[in-house]
Write a protein that binds this ligand. Structure first.
Ligand code: NCW
Length: 499
């Protein structure tokens, strides 16, 4: 209670700066919450296969049931109503509506499911913000002309068919589309280190890697995958603009994960340069093609041997300007250190290393339960400022921000509900965002908290929890709102109604 009063008092001085139409929401993704993996004609996706390879997911858990959102979404809508959350970012499962990824084989039951879901959300006063691709690619493409998944340029057209079907079926109600979630993550973790589906990587990059995808080349594949995903984005945006946008009146973009960076050794100018290079290798890798139709110079000058594909005149024109807003998923930042050693894989091509510790051994911020996440709220403001400057002041949405609390997944439910670590994380990041709007004049238009529910956290299974709602996996998937859920609810209600 005291914490809440402090929060309300602290936000009071900021409240009037946020525009009245600022979007507050929460986020989920189909594979992580839906379950119902083989219900009503859903086809297999690459994660269905990957999760069944022993040792790939912590405790060999699977998302076959997950949160059973497929059957229980009405309950989750009630939770959003209780909390006053009026926007939900969620994704469509590609193989629920196209079981083999083939546009001639539409699964009407899948279309019906999303129609019912979107209708239920809208009748409850909640707007759906829809991600088309949140990593669950049709398994049918995995052996498509003997190449794996996003490596095959033909997937670009398959994605366009799928996107077109979604715009046509749901665009009367869905007014915000996000083509891709975190291309860098699925390109690098899926094809560089093999930790995500389809699990490809060079054997030499990681001693535990035995490529599930039957091979791999960490020095080339992440770049090829990202290139095809970018062109897929461009084509889908073109389709939306040519066929639907005028009549449906929606907006479209993608979301990019990026931290900011801090020099490992503040007195080394090379480490300062490494900061710029690292942001180019995360945000600009996808931001520059959308804004300028080309890859950032920081990448083209460093990735040797023709390993970074390039855009031709037509793909460049397709990409350039292919966004109505820019998306950001922000979780963490790292110290970066210039090594000068040219690499032959994505991890080293930038000639820098990243670490949560600096040269003096100081930690950038406390560790979350996720091993990759250290809390560094200031990085959010820094990366927002960087996006504003580099891309001429675009509209920006923070499509993901959230945290897993240290030790939370081994606590009993009654203790896990008191998630002070998450309350502080969310509050501190929202305040950085407010400062960014107030002092830096960044056009941040919305904030989505990851995640509405604890869910299947990819390779970490259910052993890392990001939800503002606790899901009890040992007791019939019951949902209970955590303290952070109530705190977020109070925060956004206050900011909405403040004078
Ligand atoms: S895994 C990941 N996440 C989390 C996930 O739940 C969500 O679907 C994603 O959009 C939270 O936000 C994103 N991000 C990638 C983390 C990198 C993992 C590094 C592993 C090194 C082998």
């Amino acid at each position: 209670m005291i914490k809440e009063l402090v929060i309300l008092l602290s936000v009071a001085c900021y409240a009037s700066v946020l525009p009245k139409d600022f979007t507050w929401g929460s986020a989920t993704a189909a594979f992580q919450v839906e379950g119902a993996w083989n219900i009503s004609g859903r086809g297999p996706c690459i994660w269905d296969y990957f999760q069944n390879c022993p040792g790939r997911i912590a405790l060999n858990q699977t998302a076959e049931v997950a949160d059973d959102f497929y059957h229980r979404y009405s309950q989750d809508i009630q939770i959003m109503q209780t909390l006053g959350i009026k926007n939900l970012r969620l994704s469509i499962s590609w193989t629920r509506i196209l079981p083999t990824g083939d546009i001639n084989n539409i699964n009407q039951a899948g279309i019906d499911f999303y129609n019912q879901l979107f209708n239920a959300l809208i009748s409850a006063g909640i707007q759906p913000w829809v991600t088309l691709f949140h990593w669950d690619l049709p398994q049918a493409y995995n052996n498509f002309t003997n190449q794996s998944t996003w490596l095959n340029p033909d997937v670009v057209h398959k994605f366009n068919d799928y996107a077109d079907l979604c715009f046509k079926s749901f665009g009367d109600r869905v007014k915000h589309w996000i083509t891709m979630n975190e291309i860098q993550t699925f390109a690098w973790i899926g094809y560089g280190v093999g930790g995500h589906a389809p699990g490809r990587c060079s054997p030499d990059i990681n001693s535990w890697c035995q490529s599930v995808g039957g091979g791999g080349n960490s020095s080339t594949e992440p770049y090829i995958v990202a290139h095809h995903a970018l062109i897929s984005h461009g084509l889908a945006v073109q389709t939306y603009r040519n066929k639907y946008q005028k009549t449906q009146g929606g907006k479209i973009g993608m979301t990019i994960n990026s931290g900011y960076a801090v020099p490992w050794n503040v007195s080394d100018p090379e480490d300062h340069k490494a900061v710029d290079v690292s942001v180019a290798f995360s945000y600009a890798w996808f931001g520059d093609p959308q804004a300028f139709g080309q890859y950032p110079e920081e990448m083209t000058s460093r990735i040797t041997g023709g390993r970074l594909p390039s855009f031709n005149a037509s793909t460049s024109a397709l990409l350039k300007g292919s966004y109505d807003f820019m998306g950001l998923n922000y979780y963490t930042s790292q110290y970066v250190h210039y090594t000068g050693i040219p690499g032959t894989d994505f991890g080293n091509d930038g000639r820098f290393t990243s670490s949560p510790y600096n040269a003096s051994g100081n930690l950038i911020g406390p560790f979350a339960e996720s091993t990759w996440l250290n809390v560094y709220p200031k990085g959010l403001r820094d990366v927002l400022k960087w996006i504003k400057k580099r891309y001429n002041d675009p509209d920006i949405y923070i499509f993901e921000n959230g945290v897993s609390c240290p030790g939370e997944s081994s606590l009993p439910e009654n203790l896990a509900l008191n998630d002070t670590f998450r309350m502080n994380y969310v509050f501190d990041h929202v305040m950085e965002m407010v400062d960014s709007v107030l002092d830096d004049h960044v056009k941040v238009k919305g904030y989505f908290l990851w995640s509405l529910l604890d869910n299947f956290e990819w390779a970490d299974g259910y052993n890392v929890r990001f939800g503002i709602t606790y899901v009890n996996y040992n007791n019939n998937l019951t949902r209970t709102i955590k303290d952070s859920g109530y705190m977020y609810s109070n925060l956004i209600q206050y900011l909405r109604t403040a004078p």
